[in-house]
Design a binder for this molecule. Sequence first.
Ligand SMILES: [Zn+2]
Length: 319
Amino acid sequence: LSKARYVIGLDLGGTNIRCGAVSRRGEILVLRRAPALAMSAAQIVTENIAQQVRIVESIARRRGGGKASAVGVAVPGPINLKTGVVLATPHIPAWRNYPLRRRLETLLQRPIKIENDANAWALGELWLGAARGFKHVVLLTLGTGVGGGVIVDGNIVHGRAGMAGELGHVTVDPEGPPCDCGSRGCLEAFASASGLRQMVLSQPGLAHARADRAFFDRKGDFSVRKLTVAAKMGNQRALAVLKLAGKHLGIAIASLSNIFDPELFVVGGGVTGALPLMKTAMEAEVRLRSIVVEAGIAPVVRASLGDNAGVIGAARAAM
Ligand SMILES: [Zn+2]
């Protein structure tokens, strides 16, 4: 570490915390994983976060790095960035209108930067990943749910309270399936792992879908990877579901093109492996619905930082 100043970036997931000491150039100097204790009482989850920050800082200090110059924390779910209050997050039931920033600042005795996890991921990809060098980018994480981040003129779009970029909940089918957010026909209902699962289960003839080993693993859990393999082997149901997902992803991308005219779309998360099988349907919708295609369809590329993008982005947000 020598005399290099570093920033701590912490990415809070539903299962694990990743916490790292990140140099000003973006090198991860120390990286630690710990359980998120997400089902615990509100203050226990917060104390655990503070403890991970202290541990990473003490490791960095032992290596001669001194005190972190800033701390950034990426949190799932809508957050009011002005007040530092987490409104609700599906992974941590005890946090409802929870003043996370104030509590962490009390525990760690310094200013804390809080950022939405998808926005932090987008910042990481912008700084050092697939979006590096671009100024107008729309980023989508297709995981269990769908998250997003929007970069305009090199800056992340936060909106009034920091809740902009919830791209998983843009409507792509007004009469579509219900979504956890209370709406229906959200992008998340089609282009996420849980959306794909629901589409598989609602396919005609799949009433006993758990018996269809093609899409479910040994434990009976739905597997995007198995769905993708089945589609590649020509399984018509798998192909139909991925076509439907691609179509609705294309509808979203066309609208996002019309609003932002980005140079690039970056797609990450566990569903990206299925992207080649969704591509034809996706591109057909983009051509049909986007009026900015005259300038050329913006490329859709894969994210490149992997699992550490959140740590890097949280650190970047704090710099
Ligand atoms: Zn929704």
